[in-house]
Design a protein. Structure first.
Ligand code: NAD
Ligand code: UGA
Length: 423
């Protein structure tokens, strides 16, 4: 078993730390956020991730997991250091590597000979090789090991991943990192570091492209009398297309797809490679929130000025409390710009979000509104008591941007239901 330092205790770092401890390694997890470190030391996990708080508690009890403020301890006296710090969108859409560079500068003088620095943060192709030169320690290897976990499924995705990809210039260092995942049973792929880095962007951007394609297809369905559910059901039966990532919605969001699509486009532009598919993927997604607003405007009679709307769902997808780059909030901002007055409910959100006054139940949101807009696919929304909801509202109109609600029950309760892609 190995000694592992994890830098950054966010969605990825905390999951990495807790899961490596579960696999039997000894882990020190560091963060600059002292309040977060203190809370984690008491097994208080802020993020809504099934199983994560239990794994953190287990690791602390077994003394295989520790949380420390500042990075010094997690850099010295360990065999591997995993960098799990943010790489947000920077100038011109490229990934901002400030945090990665800052940690590597600290690591340069702190890590022991033979230590492997592992970049788990999502970074552009070529970064690992370039920063290895910056670190400038021939006794220390720098390796790329991108992370593919989904929020809301972080623990299961880490412990049972569909693949582990490790990229390095020195294969022995890559093999040492692969060995850490023994026990997950995952298929592994060892490549050069630029290829590993690109696998990450290629995967996220391909999924985003699939979603933009489906959202455009849904719009087309509305014009030609087709139903997107039937069309995608037919597509799913083809193994080459695959069954998932075919649900239309208010646009794709979250902390990664928006920034990673922009970053890959920036990489392509710098390499002088034209990538029109990627531009169209991003552009189509930018259009989606406006399309949803047009549907809502039309559903409530042509103007949003002064209209009271209840929003169901605020997070960027169901199963998470993450509001970063949430399409629901993008739609809310546009509705508010046109004068709509907004209340909202989300099972994982308590505080008001921009123009949305957050209430504590879907029923409270329905009270007296002129329409409901479903923006996140929380399964509980499909189970509402529709006759009661209808009675509470002043106008019985619903725009369901996730095609989640049971159409027959909702219409029987007297609603006019507008869904995506139903011609
Ligand atoms: P996050 O914002 O949830 O967490 C990052 C943590 O790093 C924060 O707690 C922050 O305080 C800490 N931090 C920042 N600078 C630091 C420094 N210099 N030293 C120590 N700690 C520092 O971010 P995240 O969602 O975990 O993403 C991290 C990286 O992983 C990004 O590159 C992201 O693209 C990638 N990624 C994220 C996901 C996901 O689902 N969130 C999945 C795969 C890959
Ligand atoms: C995504 C990838 O799925 C992970 O593999 C990757 O590790 C992660 O990004 C990352 O790099 O951070 P995540 O951001 O958790 O994971 O979200 P997804 O489940 O991929 O959903 C992204 C967006 O697409 C959401 O807004 C979701 O509502 C939307 N979506 C997804 C649809 O609109 N329709 C679908 O059929 C599927």
């Amino acid at each position: 078993m190995s000694r592992i330092g994890v830098i950054g205790a966010g969605y990825v770092g905390l999951t990495t730390a807790a899961c490596f401890a579960r696999l039997g390694h000894t882990v020190v997890c560091a963060d600059v956020d002292e309040a977060k470190v203190e809370a984690l030391g008491r097994a208080e996990v802020g993020a809504h991730e099934p199983g994560l708080a239990e794994l953190v508690a287990e690791g602390l009890r077994a003394r295989r997991l520790r949380f420390v403020p500042g990075n010094a301890e997690a850099l010295s006296e360990v065999d591997f250091v995993f960098l799990c710090v943010p790489t947000p969108t920077g100038a011109d859409g490229a990934a901002d590597l400030t945090a990665v560079h800052a940690v590597l500068r600290e690591a340069r003088d702190a890590v022991a000979p033979g230590c492997v620095l592992v970049i788990k943060s999502t970074v552009p192709a070529g970064t690992t090789e370039r920063v290895a030169a910056l670190v400038g320690r021939p006794d220390v290897q720098v390796v790329s090991n991108p992370e593919f976990l989904r929020e809301g499924h972080a623990v299961e995705d880490f412990l049972r991943p569909q693949r582990v990809v490790v990229g390095a210039e020195v294969e022995e260092a890559a093999r040492r990192v692969v060995a850490l995942y023994e026990g997950t049973g995952a298929p592994t792929l060892v490549t050069g570091s630029a290829s590993a880095e690109l696998v990450k962007y290629a995967s996220n951007c391909f999924l985003a492209m699939k979603l933009s394609y489906v959202n455009s297809l849904a719009e087309l369905c509305e014009h030609v009398g087709a139903d997107i559910a039937d069309v995608t059901e037919g597509m799913r039966l083809d193994d080459r297309i695959g069954a998932s990532f075919l649900e239309p919605g208010p646009g794709w969001g979250g902390s990664c797809f928006p920034k990673d699509t922009r970053a890959l486009l920036s990489t392509a532009e710098k390499a002088d490679v034209d990538f029109p598919l990627l531009r169209a993927t991003i552009g189509t997604n930018g259009h989606q929130a406006h399309r949803v607003v047009a549907m809502v405007r039309e559903a409530v009679g042509g103007s949003l000025d002064g209209v009271r709307l209840g929003l169901l769902g605020l997070t960027f997808k169901a199963g998470t409390d993450d509001l970063r780059d949430s399409p629901a909030l993008a739609v809310a901002a546009l509705l508010a710009e046109e004068g709509a007055r907004l209340t909202g409910y989300d099972p994982c959100v308590e505080a008001d979000c921009g123009p949305v006054t957050v209430l504590d139940s879907p029923e409270a949101v329905a009270e007296g509104v002129d329409g409901l807009v479903v923006l996140t696919e929380w399964p509980e929304f499909a189970e509402l008591d529709w006759p009661n909801v209808a009675a509470a509202m002043s106008h019985q109109v619903i725009v369901d941007t996730r095609n989640l609600l049971p159409g027959d029950k909702v219409t029987e309760a007297g609603f006019r239901l507008v869904s995506l892609g139903r011609g």
